[in-house]
Ligand binder design. Structure first.
Ligand code: ADP
Ligand code: ZN
Length: 603
């Protein structure tokens, strides 16, 4: 609060206190000096010749009478129609009597004015002042609560503050160039993106990146969260969106950032019972704003979500959020880079090996790592150290791991080992089987619900798949599970999708492609209708004994594949270990690296 505002607040308090005192004082004065008596008592005292003076007002009689002890007491009485009063005053020896005009309105007016002043003061205090302060809280129903950042030159976020997502930064550089000089960009004929969607797990730095884009380009940054737009009253969210973009357009070029887009951008017709009116209106307003951007407006909308799958398709159409950029969870190298970014601002023991810390923190995202460094610095301060040393960092890792939001995503060393072997199993089987699709990438960085993945890409587009190829695919799918059994003598729940995929594939081979000799060349594909999004199957269309045969064949195919895979794994255990060890170390292996490792291990 600046001094002027402080003065105003004090003034208001003083005025209120003064009025209060005035009212109290008046009441007290009246109560102390005068006693109110009935007219009859006044008349009696008059008759008894005790009254010494009287002032008559149309609304009140005031006066004094001599008490039994001889002292004068003040009294007041409310007059009654009494034509004989003056005669009696004369007769009963009143020393002095006089008339006075009605003054009651003065008091009344004073009190009323007092209230008015009080109310005005309060109103002014609560409403006007807040608006002046720019808080806009009391009158801000339809206003966006967007926060404007930028302006202050000293703490600008740039790409240098964001680490471990170089690909995303490269893609976003184009947006920075556009924001720096929209006019030049257009002259060169560049097609300007309107909306950019950043998606990735929470804490991977989406907000930070959006801020860095504004920082790099030196333009204002407006941010709001999708959940702010979903208000109790229909229409408020839409009004806020409108307001947000109006503000941004005024200062264009500018970046508007909407966090948690999924809060408003969910598929509109999801769920029986209709949509959510307010959300839908807000979403429509966002679409209108996006469609309304001409290139000239120079406003770029950046949105973030960790649930791109639930977004309304209308949002993702060309001309809207047509740039989708994945912000991945960082791998080991990324984590090291992020740690270094945050360690810039703490004094670190030079003996600490940052890459070792990175290896010890699989599954950590940017916010976890920022948290880690911060915790370590706090611990060091508490221990009166002049620099952050390894023990603090190790303890901080444990603290962050135990933190409430981390637990679900935590990967222990043991789990990491299991995941590494599982993925190595997939990759090795794919390498060993002739004609299987080449392994493009193996990763044990969690992606979505999957804890790791092995990516195979076919060399050419394929339209026909042979039985051998399908069997190969089955074997690769089973490779992870078989490896777990071989190495750890145990099966984890992690591979349930592998198994369901394998089962579905075997089922298709038997029932659709006629690839089982015993079942024969026949399709038992169930005719089904899509009704309310669900398959409602008609009868199976085959006999009980055929069903048994189909089941047996599916089991046989899967069983044969499993036996083959297990045999391959046992024979090539050395390769498997080599691959897994390297994967634990590097977390992501490219196709060529996989080949090199296998070659080295064979030799
Ligand atoms: P998101 O928006 O993806 O949930 P944030 O951008 O809010 O994540 O990240 C929270 C904090 O975590 C940031 O302010 C920053 O300190 C840290 N952080 C996250 N990702 C990174 C990163 N890639 N590089 C550096 N710091 C990061
Ligand atoms: Zn798997």
């Amino acid at each position: 609060m600046d001094p002027a505002k402080k003065n105003i607040k004090q003034l208001v308090i003083w005025v209120a206190a003064f009025i209060l005192l005035l009212v109290l004082f008046q009441n007290l004065k009246v109560a102390n000096e005068e006693t109110e008596v009935p007219y009859s008592v006044f008349r009696e005292r008059l008759k008894g010749q005790q009254v010494v003076d009287v002032t008559v007002r149309p609304d009140m009689i005031r006066g004094g009478f001599k008490g039994p002890d001889g002292k004068i007491q003040r009294f007041r009485a409310y007059p009654l129609p009494d034509p004989n009063l003056v005669a009696d005053l004369d007769k009963d020896n009143v020393r002095e009597y006089k008339g006075e005009p009605d003054k009651s309105w003065v008091t009344a007016a004073l009190i009323n004015v007092g209230w008015v002043v009080l109310f005005v003061a309060l109103w002014w205090f609560f409403l006007v002042r807040q608006v002046q302060m720019g808080g806009k809280q009391a009158l801000s129903f339809g206003r966006s609560r967007a926060k404007l950042a930028g302006g202050d030159k000293k703490k600008k976020t740039t790409f240098a503050d964001v680490a471990g997502c170089d690909e995303a930064k490269e893609e976003l550089q184009e947006i920075v160039d556009f924001l720096k000089d929209p006019g030049k960009f257009q002259k060169l004929g560049g097609k300007i993106p309107k909306g950019v969607l950043l998606y990735g797990a929470p804490g991977t730095g989406k907000t930070l990146l959006a801020r860095a884009i504004a920082g790099e380009a030196g333009v204002p940054f407006f941010s709001a969260s999708g959940s702010e737009f979903v208000e109790m009253f229909v229409g408020v969210g839409a009004a806020r969106v409108r307001d947000l973009f109006e503000q941004a357009k005024k200062t264009a070029p500018a970046v508007v950032f909407v966090d948690e887009l999924d809060a408003v951008g969910r598929h509109r017709f999801a769920g029986i019972g209709g949509g959510h009116d307010e959300r839908e209106q807000t979403l429509n307003q966002i679409l209108i704003e996006l469609d309304g951007f001409e290139g000239q407006s120079g406003v770029i909308l950046i949105a973030a979500t960790n649930r791109p799958d639930v977004l309304d398709p209308a949002l993702l159409r060309p001309g809207r959020f047509d740039r989708h950029i994945n912000i991945p969870s960082p791998d080991k190298r990324g984590r090291e880079a992020i740690l270094r970014v945050h360690m810039r601002s703490v004094k670190l023991d030079p003996k600490v090996e940052v890459d070792v810390l990175a290896r010890r923190t699989p599954g950590f995202v940017g916010s976890d790592l920022a948290n880690l460094v911060n915790e370590a610095a706090l611990l060091a301060a508490r221990r009166n150290k002049v620099q952050v040393e390894l023990p603090e960092l190790e303890e901080a890792i444990d603290r962050v791991m135990a933190g409430p939001q981390r637990k679900s995503r935590m990967i222990s060393d043991k789990e990491k080992r299991i995941i590494a072997y599982h993925e190595s199993g997939h990759a090795l089987i794919a390498k060993l089987l002739p004609g299987a699709d080449p392994v493009h990438k193996v990763s044990i960085i969690p992606r979505g619900p999957a804890l790791g993945y092995t990516l195979q890409l076919p060399e050419d587009d394929r339209y026909l798949t042979s039985r051998t190829e399908l069997i190969n695919n089955l074997c690769v799918l089973l490779g992870g599970r078989c490896t777990e059994v071989l190495v750890f003598n145990e099966i984890t729940t992690g591979d349930s999708s592998d198994l369901s995929k394998a089962t579905a594939l075997a089922q298709k081979m038997v029932m659709e492609f006629g690839m089982s000799e015993r079942v024969g060349p026949i399709t038992y594909r169930k005719e089904s209708e899509v009704f309310l999004g669900r398959d409602i199957a008609r009868g199976p269309g085959y006999s009980e004994s055929t069903a048994e045969l189909i089941d047996a064949e599916i089991k046989r195919i899967l069983g044969e594949c499993q036996a083959k895979v297990s045999e391959l794994l046992v024979k090539n255990r050395r390769l498997l270990d080599a691959l897994a060890e390297k994967l634990i170390e590097k977390e992501i292996l490219e196709g060529e690296e996989v080949s090199a490792i296998l070659q080295a291990a064979t030799a």
